[in-house]
Design a protein around this ligand. Structure first.
Ligand code: S3P
Length: 439
């Protein structure tokens, strides 16, 4: 397989207007709920990245007619909750934890067997967090001895609702169980230790499925109702915008507007954390698009200072820590993160891989079991390995804006899973970056 390397030159500033690609979480859910709905769902702003395409292809393999994506437009001809058909072969979820975990909930309720598999990273990630509660609902799932994928999901089981307290703050686990709950008899009630992204809840309501939000941490659904096709306008992904928020904050002379960004309050921890560090971010023209809050974000360079990151913000910024660690490296003083052990089981061990990369660039970064301690300082040039983790590759690309020498980043092909066109967009905004393919 060809490997992709990013080559960056130091300095520069980010200026102008950027529209980051569509939100990954919302794009996945649009395909899933659109497929399970009765009638047609039209999606605009869909993220045409590898992860969401894996979800789309899986539903096609189960007999759902889906037109597109074409310039972010997708038309899903829903088959109803009982209309999926057995796929001819295992469903390959690639690098996408969201596809695997959410789809496991849907597939547990089908009449047919399915196998879910994925790439080397995904087949290492923990799945007991979903297989155990699904088993409590009556699902039958066989996993590898490690508890991870491939998952073999037996069809024809009767699911019953459960009252479940999540052991970790995870929107993927919550969503998996809510989706299984659509197929269960009685009420499925989930309580989270802390609020996590609520796109599934909002979108179920948008498809006309009744849902009880009993508190900011408890949600309940009853099985056996129906979803009705709708229109979905996917905003730009704040997790993709985050690289630019960090880059522009760090680079003197930057003044950038990020357009039509999803600012759902369960996703805006990155703005709060950067502001605590001294960032200059304005939220402009707040509005609603299809049940989701959206705004333009204006970010200008500002000197950043190290902080102790409030643990309550961790689930609300869970995907943005690789970028935030770069902000911490370019800040004055020490940044301390705790309560973030989930970062160790993402596409890579993001605590260790970021610590290694920062150290290679001359920054003192000390990993801890549930976080990291970063001493801000002068970022040198050097070579880092992203370990195939899209967000780590893009984070180190932004570090170039403050580095004193060129940064080379290896193993970047997976940037396409969440941010196709990253290099062109970043270069347009002022980052000196090139890509090099090695066969
Ligand atoms: C996601 C939830 C998060 C996040 C992932 C997408 C989702 O995972 O890291 O990129 O779409 O529900 P966890 O909920 O497992 O933390």
């Amino acid at each position: 397989m060809a490997t992709l390397t990013f080559l960056t030159a130091p300095g520069g500033a980010l200026r102008g207007r950027v529209r980051a690609p569509g939100d990954k979480s919302i794009s996945h859910r649009a395909i899933m709920l659109g497929s399970l709905a009765e009638g047609v769902t039209t999606v605009t702003g869909f993220l045409e990245g590898g992860d969401c395409l894996a979800t789309l292809e899986a539903f096609r393999a189960m007999g759902v007619r889906i037109a597109g994506p074409k310039q972010g437009r997708v038309t899903v001809h829903g088959v109803g909750l009982q209309g999926l058909r057995a796929p001819a072969s295992p469903l390959d979820m690639g690098n996408s934890g969201t596809s695997m975990r959410l789809m496991a909930g849907i597939l547990a309720g089908q009449a047919f067997d399915t196998v879910l598999t994925g790439d080397a990273s995904l087949t290492r990630r923990p799945m007991r967090r979903i297989t155990e509660p699904l088993a409590l609902m009556g699902a039958r799932i066989e996993a590898a001895a490690t508890g991870a994928a491939p998952l073999c999901i037996r069809g024809g089981q009767r699911l019953t609702g459960i009252d479940y307290r999540l052991p970790m703050a995870s929107a993927q686990v919550k969503s998996c169980l809510l989706l299984a709950g659509l197929y269960a008899e009685g009420v499925t009630r989930i309580t989270e230790p802390a609020p996590t992204r609520d796109h599934t809840e909002r979108m179920l309501e948008g498809f006309g499925y009744p849902l009880a939000r009993e508190s900011d941490r408890t949600v309940a659904v009853s099985g056996g109702r129906r979803l009705t096709g709708t229109e979905i306008d996917v905003p730009a992904d704040i997790s993709s915008a985050a690289f630019f928020l960090v880059g522009a904050s760090l680079a003197p002379g930057s003044d950038l507007v990020l357009e039509h960004v999803g600012v759902n309050p369960t996703r805006t921890g990155v703005i709060d954390i950067l502001r605590l560090m001294g960032a200059d971010i304005e939220v402009l023209k707040p509005r609603l698009a299809g049940g989701e809050p959206v705004a333009d974000l204006r970010v200008r360079h500002a000197p950043l200072r190290g902080i102790r990151i409030p643990e309550a913000l961790v689930p609300l910024a869970i995907d943005e820590f690789p970028a935030l660690f770069i902000a911490a490296a370019g800040a004055e003083g020490v940044t301390v993160l705790t309560g973030a052990e989930e970062l160790r089981v993402k596409e890579s061990d993001r605590i260790q891989v970021m610590a290694n990369g920062l150290t290679a660039l001359g920054i003192a970064a000390e990993p801890t079991p549930d976080g990291i301690v970063i001493q801000g300082g002068a970022l040198a040039g050097g070579t880092v390995n992203s370990h195939g983790d899209h967000r780590i590759a893009m984070s180190f690309a932004m570090a170039a804006l403050r580095a004193t020498g060129p940064i080379t980043i290896h193993d970047c092909a997976n940037v396409n899973t969440s941010f196709p066109g990253f290099v062109a967009l970043a270069r347009n905004a002022g980052l000196a970056i090139q890509e090099q393919e090695t066969p």
